[in-house]
Design a protein around this ligand. Structure first.
Ligand SMILES: C[S@@+](CC[C@H](N)C(=O)[O-])C[C@H]1O[C@@H](n2cnc3c(N)ncnc32)[C@H](O)[C@@H]1O
Length: 450
C-alpha cells in the first residue's frame, strides 16, 4: 500500500486510523474524500489517503462482516472505526499491517476517540481474527460483500452489461495504473519511456491507434512532482481512455480543421482535454466551465504547458450568458456524469452517488447537448464524452439526442467508439485485452452537423 510502511511507529498508525475512520464516516454522510482529506494534518495525509482508499474499496465486505459480528448497528463513529479496521484486515489484498498490530492500533484509536467503545471494538475485531474464514465465506455470498458497490449500482451494471457486469464490478476494485500523456509539442511517448529507463524507472508505451504514441503507463506510481519534465510541461497525468478525446475530435491522421479554427471545450475544468487539444493543434479555443475555482486549475495547467485559450465561467446550458454569437467549428462536451467509469481512481464515488443521481445527471447532459448543438457550424463536429459505463449517460443519451434531430444527423462511424469498457475487448475502435484493463471506462460519440 503506497504511503504506508510497516515500520511506521505504532502511535502514528492509531492516529491514521482515527482520521481514516473520520473520512469513512464523512463519505457515508455524503462528503467527498478529497474534501475530507484536505482537512487532514499534512503529515498524516498520504497514509490516511492510502488507508481510506483501501477501506472504501472493501467497505461493502466490511459492512457485511460488521453486521454479522455486531448485528445491532453501533453509533456512527464506532461503526466507522470498526469497518475501517475490518476492511484493512480483509484477506485478499496484501495486508498493509500485521493483523494483531492493526487490532491493537484500532483499539488505541478507539481509546482516543470513543473510549467507552474500546473494549467492544477489541472484542469484535479479535472475534473476526478467530472466525475470519467463515465470516469471509458468508459475506462473499452477498452482493454487497462480493462486489463492494451499493446494490442499486450492482443492479444497474448487471442490467446495462449482462455479459460483463461481474468483471466490471470486480475490476472497479483494482488499483489503477498511473498513466501519462507526453506533450506532443515536446516529444514522443517512446522517447519519454527511454528517458525513464535511463533513470532506472520502468514504463510502457500504450502503442494503440487513437492514442497517437503519447500515452505511457508507469511501472509504479509516483508523486506527480517526481515526474521528469512535469514542471516544464513535457508531460501530464491523464488516463489513457481520457486521452482518446482530442484525437477523436481532431482526427490528426486526416486533419479536417483549419489552423485557428474556433473550438469550444464546454466543460473544461480541470483542463486535461483542453490542454491535449492545444498540444495537437493551433486552435482558437474557448474553455468554459460553470465552476470558477475549477477554471483556475485550467489556467494553471495551460501556464505549465505554455498553451493559450480563452477561459470563461458559465453554464453550458445557457449560452446566452457567455456566447458571442460566432459559431464553433468543433465542440467537446465532456459532460458532468456519475463518474461510474473511474471508480478505481475515486473509490468514494460509488458510496456517494444515489440511485436517482443517474437520471438527474442524464437530464443535465441532455440539456447541454440541446443547448450546444445550435452553436455548431454546419459541417462541424461535436464530441460527446462521459467517464461513465452507465448506458443512460452514454448510448441511450446519444440515441435519444439523435432522435430529436432532423433526419441525417448521425454518428461519425467508425470514429464513435461508444462505450469503452475497462474489462473487455472493445473491438476495432476501442482498447482491447490487457490495455483495456489499463484504461478507465468512458463513452464517446462523435456527431457531424450536416
Ligand atoms: C467531467 S468534468 C470535465 C473534465 C475536463 N474536460 C478535463 O478533461 O479535465 C465535468 C466538468 O463540468 C463542469 N460543469 C458542471 N455543470 C456544468 C454546467 N452546467 N456548465 C458548464 N460546466 C459544468 C464541472 O465543473 C466539471 O469541471
Amino acid at each position: 500500500m503506497s504511503g504506508v510502511t510497516p515500520s511506521t511507529p505504532a502511535p502514528a498508525l492509531a492516529r491514521q486510523l482515527e482520521f481514516t475512520a473520520d473520512a469513512v464516516q464523512a463519505v457515508r454522510s455524503g462528503r467527498s474524500l478529497t474534501e475530507v482529506l484536505g482537512r487532514c494534518p499534512p503529515e498524516l495525509r498520504p497514509g490516511v489517503q492510502a488507508l481510506a482508499f483501501h477501506t472504501l474499496r472493501w467497505l461493502g465486505s466490511a459492512t457485511e462482516a460488521r453486521a454479522r459480528l455486531a448485528p445491532k448497528t453501533p453509533p456512527p463513529l464506532v461503526d466507522a472505526l470498526l469497518v475501517t479496521a475490518l476492511a484493512l484486515l480483509w484477506p485478499g489484498e496484501p495486508a498493509p499491517y500485521a493483523p494483531h498490530t492493526l487490532v491493537d492500533q484500532a483499539v488505541s484509536a478507539a481509546r482516543l476517540r470513543t473510549p467507552a467503545a474500546a473494549g467492544f471494538i477489541n472484542a469484535v475485531l479479535r472475534r473476526f481474527l478467530r472466525e475470519a474464514e467463515a465470516i469471509v465465506a458468508a459475506v462473499r455470498h452477498t452482493p454487497l460483500g462480493e462486489y463492494n458497490h451499493p446494490l442499486w449500482w450492482v443492479e444497474r451494471v448487471r442490467r446495462d452489461w449482462p455479459q460483463d457486469w461481474q468483471a466490471l464490478l470486480l475490476q472497479a476494485n483494482e488499483r489503477p495504473p498511473m498513466t501519462l500523456r507526453v506533450n506532443a509539442r515536446r516529444g514522443s511517448g517512446a522517447s519519454y519511456v527511454q528517458g525513464l529507463a535511463a533513470l532506472g524507472r520502468a514504463a510502457t508505451l500504450l502503442d494503440e491507434p487513437g492514442l497517437g504514441g503519447q500515452a505511457v503507463v508507469l511501472g509504479a506510481p509516483c508523486p506527480v512532482p517526481q515526474l521528469p519534465g512535469f514542471a516544464a510541461g513535457e508531460v501530464s497525468v491523464q488516463d489513457a481512455a481520457a486521452q482518446r478525446a482530442a484525437g477523436l475530435l481532431l482526427d490528426p491522421a486526416s486533419p479536417w480543421l483549419r489552423p485557428q479554427a474556433r473550438v469550444l471545450d464546454a466543460c473544461a475544468a480541470p483542463g486535461g482535454k483542453t490542454a491535449h487539444l492545444l498540444e495537437l493543434a493551433e486552435l482558437d479555443l474557448l474553455a468554459l466551465d460553470s465552476d470558477p475555482a475549477r477554471l483556475a486549475r485550467v489556467q494553471e495547467t495551460l501556464n505549465r504547458l505554455q498553451l493559450r485559450a480563452e477561459l470563461k465561467a458559465g453554464d453550458a446550458r445557457l449560452p446566452a450568458g457567455w456566447w458571442d454569437g460566432r459559431p464553433f467549428d468543433a465542440i467537446l462536451l465532456d459532460a458532468p456524469c456519475t463518474a461510474s467509469g473511474i471508480v478505481r481512481r475515486h473509490p468514494d464515488v460509488r458510496w456517494l452517488r444515489r440511485a436517482d443521481d443517474v437520471a438527474a445527471l442524464a437530464r443535465v447532459q441532455a440539456e447541454m447537448l440541446d443547448a450546444l448543438w445550435p452553436l455548431l457550424a454546419p459541417g462541424g463536429r461535436l464530441l460527446y464524452a462521459t467517464c461513465s459505463i452507465f448506458q443512460a449517460e452514454g448510448r441511450q443519451q446519444i440515441d435519444a439526442f439523435l432522435q430529436r434531430q432532423p433526419p441525417g444527423t448521425a454518428l461519425l462511424d467508425p470514429r464513435s467508439p461508444g462505450h469503452l469498457l475497462p474489462s473487455r475487448d472493445n473491438g476495432s475502435s476501442g482498447p482491447t485485452g490487457r490495455s483495456a484493463v489499463l484504461q478507465d471506462g468512458f463513452f464517446y460519440a462523435l456527431i457531424r452537423k450536416t
